[in-house]
Design a protein around this ligand. Structure first.
Ligand code: SF4
Length: 698
């Protein structure tokens, strides 16, 4: 028997990007473990990925190309050959492209975070074709923009430093479920005497384990940050020297923050005045005593109308108190901007050859699939090629998304591991390899290591890597030349720009052997200023925001769906709903792994006892959650984990596993955030009723 240990990388949409060790016995993967030598993985994987072998050899893996034989959405397919699949795709795309290639839309996101199996050969193919571009906004662009206006790039505190912080604000995230290796560092900090404060509308597993939980109303985080600024400034809990040397616009910020008294802040956020005062004082006084204060801000809070501004406001706080002076101080939203990824070399936008093509926002795919040709839109979408994504389950306002994919005149190709909700709508369904079966290179958004994924086993069945599928379609369509012949190793070798001092030592062949290499970065990236903004300072006042039509100063933007913005709607639908990740799923991945789905049980809705009592709902009742966009059912869990006025539906369930064939995105909207054109999943008002009461309502 031959037994090998292969260095690999977790490909999922998680900041931790764990280093994996895959045991392979006689060509079969038998175990996936966390690499104990990788500094952030430290030998620990989350429950989901520790089952990666089960997922790879899952009896429902797609192993052959298939053609739809049932109705769209019915999920009935028959096996065909690769030749037939590729010829069908090439013929159809060619005939559409002859009219207008922009009628073809790629739809992809973070089903794998790999740079090769993500947008490398796929990017080349769609650019050469002249297809519509996709604005990949569904997760992070609002917060990304808010952070970028303030700090200049998504560069922040190194996760390996958090254990030395004395105060950590865990703001808008549940790291036990979705950032486990940060949580391990936070736990270490706690053991060393640090205080952990969670700021989250929901009492998540993480919030429960912190010293304090501040349950703000959804969409009010920006107000809380402004209230903190007010107190820090009024009580002189500031680092004046840092402010003078490394920030821009303190005078204007001072005037703005003066408007945010603790009373106004508390009333806006739905918390007490003491909570505002104590949070600001704890943050300012800890920093003033010379100890590191750190913020882990996550993407949960930016899924509302003012989501970009919320992240911006919070990102101003470390500069006010000089927290950046310490390696363990500052803030982390994402580390992705630290990596000099060479996306242009991988995706080759120059293959557009000067053609101006439109961009479709993935967050409004529901509306856009239902649009006709129009001068302000361009051609009707006639074909969608979906890879690394499951829009029927994850995109907002799902009833429209589903209607779009049901269109008989839409040609849909799906590259997948499993027959997801979206795969059910495919005309041609292609089997893609998993991370164990292909090569890839990764940056991360939670630590600072470039990561290499070696193929551990041969592809199962007739599955092929995404890169190879796009090479083959390109060849069928007559796109020739070296750019369409490069191997995955050749692509991976171009992933990082070696002219950038952070990645000068990047060498693909040695990275494959070692598994990872840390970027060259100072431990405290902004201890001496050097922000990536136009001024080189932390910009409390941003000319770039003004030029983009935004308030150049931190401000508060109420949710679209709130009493403040729409009292009529709030009277009709009085409960705010959020749908953060369930611990055993990762976006919509892993929902079909039986053991993980069994742990989650069934779709639930957490509702506060007072809200439940007002509706005659008991723990365990089936409830209907609805608004003008749609409705879905779930089993009620009556619990104070959801603050009063809030309901929480942990996500993202595949619709096909829900009793009514629906999920939380039935009620979410396609409205976009203040910046970054991102979706507002957590800016949603609903009403809830017991299922047996539905006859009383339309
Ligand atoms: S999902 Fe996250 S925590 Fe789990 S193995 Fe992957 S990178 Fe690590």
């Amino acid at each position: 028997m031959t037994k090998t240990l292969v260095k690999a990388v977790c490909p999922h949409d998680c900041p931790d990007t764990c280093a994996l060790l895959v045991t392979v016995e006689d060509g079969v993967a038998t175990e996936v473990k966390g690499d104990p030598d990788h500094p952030t993985t430290a030998g620990v994987l989350c429950t989901k990925v520790s089952r990666y072998v089960d997922r790879t050899y899952h009896p429902e893996r797609l192993l052959y190309p298939m053609r739809r034989v049932g109705r769209k959405g019915e999920g009935k397919f028959e096996r065909i050959s690769w030749d037939e699949a590729l010829n069908t795709i090439a013929d159809k795309l060619e005939s559409i492209a002859a009219r207008d290639p922009q009628a073809i839309l790629p739809y992809s996101y973070a089903g794998t975070m790999g740079l090769v199996q993500g947008e490398a050969m796929a990017g080349r193919f769609f650019h050469r074709l002249g297809a519509s571009l996709l604005d990949r906004t569904v997760c992070a662009t609002a917060g990304f923009m808010g952070y970028k206006y303030t700090i200049g790039a998504t560069v922040g505190t190194d996760v390996e430093q958090f254990q030395d912080a004395k105060l950590i604000l865990i703001w808008g995230g549940n790291p036990i479920a979705s950032n486990l290796h940060f949580w391990m560092r936070a736990q270490e900090a706690k053991r060393r005497g640090a205080k952990l404060i969670a700021i989250d509308p929901y009492r998540s597993l993480t919030a429960e384990k912190c010293h304090q939980h501040i349950a703000v109303l959804p969409g009010t985080d920006s107000a809380l940050a402004l209230g903190m600024m007010h107190v820090l400034i009024k009580e002189q809990l500031l680092d004046h020297e840092y402010i003078a040397q490394h920030t821009l616009g303190f005078g204007q910020l001072k005037d703005r923050a003066a408007e945010w008294t603790p009373e106004r802040t508390a009333a806006t956020c739905g918390i007490t005045v003491d909570e505002v005062l104590n949070l600001a004082r704890e943050y300012g006084r800890t920093a003033q005593s010379g100890d590191p204060v750190a913020i882990r801000v996550n993407y949960g809070l930016q899924r509302v109308r003012g989501g970009g501004m919320a992240v911006r406001n919070i990102a101003c706080l470390p500069a006010l108190v000089g927290a950046w002076r310490h390696a363990a101080g500052g803030i982390q939203l994402s580390s992705s901007g630290t990596f000099p990824a060479n996306r242009a070399a991988l995706q080759r936008p120059d293959l557009l050859a000067g053609r101006k093509v439109r961009t479709i926002n993935m967050s409004t795919i529901g509306d856009d699939l239902l649009r006709d040709s129009a001068p302000d839109f361009g051609p009707k979408i006639e074909a969608v090629v979906v890879y690394n994504a499951n829009p029927v389950a994850i995109a907002p306002e799902s009833p429209k998304v589903q209607r779009g994919f049901e269109r008989e005149d839409l040609f849909t190709v799906v590259l997948e591991h499993f027959q997801t909700d979206t795969a059910d709508y495919a005309d041609i369904l292609l089997p893609a390899t998993t991370q164990l079966e292909h090569v890839d290179v990764h940056l991360t958004y939670g630590h600072l290591y470039m990561m290499a994924n070696n193929a551990a086993i041969a592809p199962l069945g007739e599955a092929k890597p995404n890169s190879e599928i796009f090479r083959l379609i390109a060849r069928r369509m007559g796109f020739s030349g070296p750019l369409f012949e490069e191997t995955d190793d050749e692509l991976a070798a171009q992933a990082f720009d070696k002219r950038d001092s952070r990645a000068m030592h990047f060498d693909w062949e040695s990275l494959k052997k070692t598994g990872w290499q840390k970027l060259n970065m100072p431990a405290a990236p902004f201890a001496h200023g050097g922000f990536y903004t136009p001024s080189g300072k932390c910009e409390f006042y941003s000319e770039a925001m003004l030029a983009d039509g935004l308030d150049p100063l931190p401000t508060y933007i109420a949710n679209y769906e709130s009493v403040a913005s729409n009292p009529e709607l709030a009277a009709k639908y009085p409960l705010a709903m959020i749908s953060p990740p369930a611990r055993n799923f990762l976006n919509s991945t892993f929902v079909n792994v039986q053991s993980l789905r069994s742990t989650e049980g069934e779709p639930h809705l957490d509702i506060h006892p007072a809200d439940a009592a007002a509706r005659g709902i008991d723990n365990g009742d089936m409830v209907r959650i609805y608004n003008d966009r749609g409705a879905f059912v779930a089993r009620a869990r009556v619990t104070a984990r959801a603050r009063a006025g809030l309901v929480v539906g942990l996500s993202i369930w595949w619709k096909k596993y829900a009793s009514d064939g629906k999920n939380a995105n039935e009620v979410t909207s396609q409205r976009l955030t203040d910046m970054g054109r991102a979706p507002t999943f957590y800016d949603t008002l609903v009403q809830v009723e017991r299922v047996d009461a539905t006859l009383n309502n339309p």
